[in-house]
Design a binder for this molecule. Structure first.
Ligand SMILES: Cc1cc2nc3c(=O)[nH]c(=O)nc-3n(C[C@H](O)[C@H](O)[C@H](O)COP(=O)(O)OP(=O)(O)OC[C@H]3O[C@@H](n4cnc5c(N)ncnc54)[C@H](O)[C@@H]3O)c2cc1C
Length: 445
């Protein structure tokens, strides 16, 4: 087999049947790698983790505003639905390691958790991401895992001489050999934390299919000055819809939205960002809008009726008084402008029926044009990655390369904000590690 990437000039040693350096090598000491390493070691495997940076779990430390939203209050089925097209893929992993079991595991490691139920989030009771990272790292070390820091992997390949099903991993000046190779170097978001997309090169060098990576869970940009002028306003109970240029609804999310100097942020906007990023990658975001329902409790017909009734009342009230909702004046000004009015708080008997209907439409879907995302430096995760069709969903083993497992953020698998991405990293790591450790050939090496 000629596939693989051995780019540090050390290919000669690959041909020799050098002894195994470990039963299992794990690339990346992030959330997925630390979890997988501990599971595999407890199954009896010798495990070596290779980490490019000088510490483990840097993204865990940065996560959740340094509080680490480590999982969700949802059950496996409900959590799987939030992965959209990947629902069927992720379900077996979430059933094998449900969010409730993740919480029990951390509790057993001395990190009890607490819920923030309104957004279905789970945090360590200490509110310290460091406790989560330390618990995962120390658990792996207690299980007998070796972690090498500043051990950047340059390439990986199936061993060719003899082609005995083992794998080789190249570091600067060194080649290692293992029976099973667990690949979880993360994606490309927040590159300063060590994730610079190294895994994508390995995927393509092995002839595997890669969904092009894009920044995801990232704030959206808008070129409209009126949007920037709303900076600082948060809509706590926003229902946001993403519309494509043909006005089809591409995605929707019910989460807080925040107006910023650049455009839109907050989970309601960031959860929609992967679609905008894909559109930007293939061409243009011209015509893409986020429609924000500012009054989700009222339906459109009831709102139209309310405005009509108010308009016909003697001494008709102004718009703000009619709505009784506490929407900020700057937002009402944007709504009225979108309905074609100059007055930000018009008396309703001065507004004709068609304009009243346009007002109701704008209140149920204030259209914010979006021009792109704030890019890799602000993206919490990567959209795209190894195509899920390449991986067996109950084991995370790459179908065309036995002994190779890919999981965590390197997969084309993105959940919304709310602890879903750590949960997916842990759950996919769990399946991969168990399968890899339980299918080791005892006499190899
Ligand atoms: C600011 C921020 C906040 C976030 N908050 C949350 C949150 O609250 N809840 C949530 O669920 N998710 C959150 N996420 C997303 C979450 O961090 C990721 O989904 C998760 O870390 C993915 O785990 P992973 O193990 O696949 O990858 P990572 O955690 O990124 O780990 C990959 C590891 O591989 C190492 N590596 C990379 N290349 C190589 C190489 N060539 N050789 C050796 N090692 C290598 C990296 O240094 C890194 O340590 C957040 C992300 C960011 C950036």
């Amino acid at each position: 087999m000629t596939s693989g990437s051995l780019d540090d000039g050390d290919a000669a040693r690959v041909g020799t049947a050098q002894p195994l350096d470990a039963d299992i090598i794990v690339i990346g000491a992030g959330a997925a790698g630390l979890w997988a390493a501990a599971v595999a070691a407890r199954e009896g495997a010798s495990v070596l983790v290779l980490e490019k940076t000088e510490r483990a779990g840097t993204k865990i430390l940065a996560s959740g505003g340094t509080r680490c939203n480590l999982t969700t209050t949802l059950g496996p089925q409900a959590a799987a639905k939030l992965f959209g097209a990947a629902e069927r893929f992720i379900l077996p992993a979430l059933k094998a390691l449900p969010p409730a079991t993740v919480r029990q595991h951390f509790h057993a490691l001395g990190v009890p958790t607490v819920e923030e139920p309104e957004l279905e989030k789970v945090f360590p009771a200490s509110q310290r991401a460091r406790d989560v990272r330390d618990a995962l790292r120390d658990d792996a070390l207690r299980a007998g895992v070796r972690i090498w820091y500043e051990a950047r992997v340059h390439g990986l390949a199936p061993a060719t001489a003899p082609p005995d099903g083992t794998w080789t991993v190249t570091l600067a000046g060194k080649t290692l050999r293992c029976q099973k190779l667990l690949v979880c170097p993360g994606g490309q978001s927040y590159p300063l934390t060590g994730t610079t997309g190294d895994g994508y090169r390995w995927i393509t060098s092995l002839g595997l299919s890669l969904t092009p990576p894009v920044p995801a869970l990232v704030p959206l940009s808008s070129d409209e000055p009126w949007v920037h002028a709303l900076s600082g306003i948060a809509i706590a109970n926003a229902h946001a819809r993403l519309h494509d240029p043909e006005d089809r609804i591409v995605a929707r999310r019910e989460r807080p939205v925040l107006f910023t100097h650049h455009g839109l942020s907050g989970p309601g906007a960031m959860d929609l960002s992967v679609h905008v990023a894909h559109a930007a990658r293939v061409g243009s975001t011209r015509g893409w809008t986020v429609a924000i329902d500012l009054l989700p409790e009222s339906d459109l017909d009831a709102l139209r009726a309310l405005l009509t009734e108010a308009a016909s009342r003697p001494g008709a009230p102004h718009l703000a008084r009619t709505l009784h909702d506490g929407l900020p004046g700057r937002i009402l000004a944007a709504v009225t402008a979108q309905a074609g009015l100059d007055d930000p708080n018009p008396p309703l008997n001065k507004v004709d029926r068609r304009t009243r209907n346009r007002l109701a439409d704008a209140l149920k879907g204030l259209r914010v044009p979006v021009s792109g995302t704030l890019g890799w430096d602000k993206a919490e995760v990567t959209g795209g990655g190894l195509a899920l069709t390449e991986v067996e969903r109950t084991t995370l083993e790459v179908a065309r390369h036995p002994g190779l497992y890919v999981f965590g953020e390197l997969l084309d698998l993105t959940g919304p904000i709310g602890g879903l991405n750590f949960q997916a990293a842990f759950a996919t790591a769990n399946l991969a590690a168990r399968h890899a450790a339980r299918t080791l050939a005892p006499a190899l090496g």
